[in-house]
Every structure is written in C-alpha cells, then in structure tokens.
Design a protein around this ligand. Structure first.
Ligand SMILES: Nc1nc2c(c(=O)[nH]1)N[C@H]1C(S)=C(S)[C@@H](COP(=O)(O)OP(=O)(O)OC[C@H]3O[C@@H](n4cnc5c(N)ncnc54)[C@H](O)[C@@H]3O)O[C@H]1N2
Ligand code: MOO
Length: 413
C-alpha cells in the first residue's frame, strides 16, 4: 500500500483518547447557582423532582367536563359552570349537566372525561355530545409526566435549553453545579503578534490563542490567558510553572514538533511526564499529552487547523470527562456520500473539512471545502462538518461512502 511516509509508531486517535481519559479524575468542588445563572454549567449531583408533574389532574382540551352517568344519546346537557386554568370550578355540579372547561384547568371533582368543543353542538341553551366518550379521555393525570421524588437529571449534565426549562417547570430555583474548570493557555512562537498590532517582517497573527480561548469559553471554562511565549526554554519553563500553579489544565500551542525551536515536549518531560506524543491523525500529528505537578497538559500543534482539530477531538472529551460528563463525550459520526473525489494518503486518520447537503434522492451528501492544508483556516469558515477518513484509505472516488461529524456548537457560528 502507498503509505504516507513517517507514520510508523504514531498512535491511533482511539488509543490516545483512551489513554488520556482513563487517567482523569473528575473534579468535585461545587456551588449553588440561581437557575437563571446556570446555563452552560454542569450538574454536581443528580436532581430529583420535588413535585408531581402535572401537579393536579387537568384538561388537555377546551371543551366540557362530563360524568359518564350523565351521558345519554341526544341528551341536551346544561352548562353548570366554568373551569379555567388558574380558576378552578368549585361550585355544586348538578346531575345531568356539564362544566365548561379550558385547557390546563383543574378537573372538577367527579368528572370522568373531557369532551372537546368540536365534538359538541349547542342546542336549547345546553350542549349535545356528537361523538362517543371514553372514560378518562382528555384528562392529563397528576404525576403522568414526572412523579415527585423521581430523578430527572444525572450528575455531570451540561445545563442548556433542554434541561433548564425542565428544572423551571419543577420550581427548582437553585442548582448545585461544579465549579468552572480553570484552564491556562499560551501560544509559543517568536513569529506571533497579537491581533490589533502591526505585523513586522516575518511575523504572523496569533490565531490559536483566539481559537482555544473561544472554545474554552463556549465549554464554560475559566480561561487564564498567559499570552505569547517566546521560543526560549527559560521563558517556557516559567510559563509552564505559572500555568501549572493556577490551572486544572494547561494548553499550549506550537513548538511541539521536531524543529530546533520546538521545546514543548522537552519541557513537559522536564517538568512532568508524557503520556503520549504523535498521533496518526491529519492534521494534528504532533499533539502531546501528559501530567504536570498539579495539572494536565495538552500541547497542541502550531498550525491553526491542527490546533483547532486536536482541541475538538482531544481537549473537548478531556474537559467533559474532568467535569464528570458521561454522555455525548465524543462527536457523533454519521455516513454520507462523497459528491466528488477527495485526496487522501493512507497512514493517518484524516479530518477534512466538508459541506453537507441532501442529494436528489434524499441521501446525506458531503463535498470538500477545497484546500485542506493545516495552515488553511479558511477551510473551517466554509465547513459545517468534518469528513473523517480512515487511516488505511487512499483517495475517495465520487459516490463512495464516508464518515462525517457535523460540527457542534464549538465550531458553529
Ligand atoms: N520534520 C518535521 N517537520 C514537521 C513535522 C514532522 O513530523 N517532521 N510535523 C509537521 C506538522 S504535522 C505540524 S502540525 C507542525 C507542528 O509544528 P509545531 O507544533 O512545532 O508548531 P510550530 O512549528 O511552532 O508552528 C507550525 C506553523 O504554525 C504557525 N503557528 C504557530 N503558532 C501559531 C499561532 N498561535 N497562530 C497562528 N499560526 C501559528 C507557525 O508560524 C508555523 O507556520 O510541524 C510540521 N513540521
Ligand atoms: O499533522 Mo500537522 O497537524 O499537519 O499539519
């Protein structure tokens, strides 16, 4: 097979993820926050419902509350009163009559069923029911959705628009969440200039610290930004130590390959211990992971696409695991049909950037964003998914099936 050179000895993404995640112990420090402040936070404990939901039997329809014993063909039933959501019927309910009832209103005592308005006609100052009535129809029973005491959320759940309204519906005003993870970041490279400053000859703008800090904030972390560190062992040693003192996780970018100004891996070996270095993925090969005295260390490659891809594929599951999350740790993969030729050298697992669409036959299809170099960040701005191409595969022909991972909120606008 025409293997890409220099891929022997690289570890697979799955092995790397497993080696990394199995070492981690989730944090446990927690605090109570008001529900309105809890978006993006992670539950520290399972949450149980203090209430039955619904809290009382109520009507699912606008119509009439009836007793089955009052039902008779063609009978004209007078309306004895009204029940609204928030204003129950509390009077006497004479035999042979019905109660007008609105959706959400408490079911009057003795009521067997609710008949929707459309299945009645008005006659002689009362109503006639025009369809058969089943015992219990259109009544939403107390506790039908959630019973008091039932666990509604696990520990380790990120609170978003699906979870917070549920807690609001249960009247839970405060929730116990994990403290934010503290993540220290720095970029390495003598060539890097901060955005907003003019570029001198040979300089480029620091993209990676922007990417990493944005993704960390989206994941709800507290970011400790140590700036740009020169390609100098003494400066790096100091940055590593300062970051390790302050953070749960330290993330650097650049200097992790084999060049003469690449000191990241040596620093990790000097101040801590390497778990692995060099993955069989493209982009992102020189990613390094290990332990410092107090924190976990991720050395992301300098190329901007490589830094973003390794953050997405490795740092994201690391942060999720450190906060006790157990579901949706890995990006979801699906199959799609390639609409065009995709260039691929065997040897590494490729994460190419793609654009999804539906074919005329309704099948999910994917096309490339174009140039896939690990310095071509414009490939992200056009893309809405990764095209994940297995290690051993070569070029993909039009019509072949490929794995895709739709971008999650880290990469979406
Ligand atoms: N002889 C070899 N050379 C390289 C190999 C290899 O296996 N053997 N691997 C290549 C791969 S793959 C990658 S990825 C890069 C990663 O290198 P480093 O992590 O050491 O990164 P640098 O050399 O510092 O920078 C690479 C590239 O990216 C630019 N860069 C760095 N930081 C930033 C930043 N914060 N924002 C924007 N751009 C950044 C930097 O200027 C370089 O152009 O190594 C290959 N080489
Ligand atoms: O594998 Mo490196 O991350 O291209 O470009």
């Amino acid at each position: 097979m025409d293997m890409e050179p220099f891929t022997a000895g690289l570890i697979s993404l799955e092995d790397a993820q497993q080696k990394m995640l199995q070492q981690l112990q989730p944090i446990s420090d927690c605090l109570n926050v008001a529900l309105a402040e809890a978006a993006g936070r992670i539950t520290a404990k399972p949450i149980r419902s203090p209430l039955d939901v619904p809290p009382f039997d109520n009507s699912a329809m606008d119509g009439y509350a009836v007793r089955l014993s009052d039902m008779a063909a063609e009978a004209v039933l007078p309306v004895a009163g009204k029940a609204f959501a928030g204003a129950p019927f509390t009077g006497e309910w004479p035999a042979g009559s019905v109660i007008r009832i609105m959706t959400g209103a408490p079911i009057p005592a003795g009521c067997d069923a609710v008949v929707m308005q459309e299945q009645t006609t008005q006659r002689d100052g009362g109503i006639v029911i025009t369809a058969p009535v089943q015992d219990g129809q259109n009544i939403r029973r107390i506790g039908e959705d959630i019973q008091a005491g039932k666990q509604v959320l696990d520990a380790g759940v990120r609170l978003g628009a699906a979870e917070l309204p549920l807690l609001a519906s249960l009247g839970i005003a405060e929730v116990s969440v994990l403290r934010k993870l503290r993540v220290a970041i720095f970029s390495t490279g003598d060539e890097l200039q901060a955005v907003g400053q003019p570029l001198a000859a040979g300089q480029i703008y620091d993209t990676n610290r922007f990417t990493v800090s944005l993704m960390l904030r989206r994941l709800g972390c507290e970011v400790i930004d140590l700036g740009v560190i020169a390609d100098d062992p003494a400066a790096l040693r100091q940055a590593f130590s300062e970051a390790d003192r302050q953070a749960d996780v330290v993330i650097s970018t650049g200097g992790v390959s084999v060049g003469e100004a690449d000191f990241t891996k040596a620093m990790l070996e000097e101040l801590g211990a390497i778990t692995f270095w060099k993955l069989a993925i493209k982009p992102g090969k020189p990613f390094a992971f290990g332990r410092l005295a107090n924190s976990w260390f991720c050395g992301l490659p300098g190329n901007p696409v490589s830094a973003a891809v390794t953050f997405y594929q490795l740092v994201q599951p690391l942060l999720a695991t450190l906060t006790g999350q157990t579901t949706r740790i890995m990006p979801l993969r699906q199959r799609a049909r390639a609409t065009q030729r995709l260039k691929k050298s065997p040897g590494r697992l490729d994460f190419q950037r793609g654009i999804l669409s539906r074919g005329d036959d309704g099948v999910l299809e994917v096309r490339s964003t174009g140039a896939q170099g690990s310095h071509v960040f414009s490939s992200f701005a056009l893309a809405d998914c990764f095209i994940v191409l297995e290690r051993e595969r070569g070029d993909i022909a039009p019509g072949e099936w490929v794995d895709i991972e739709p971008f999650n909120s880290l990469l979406e606008g």
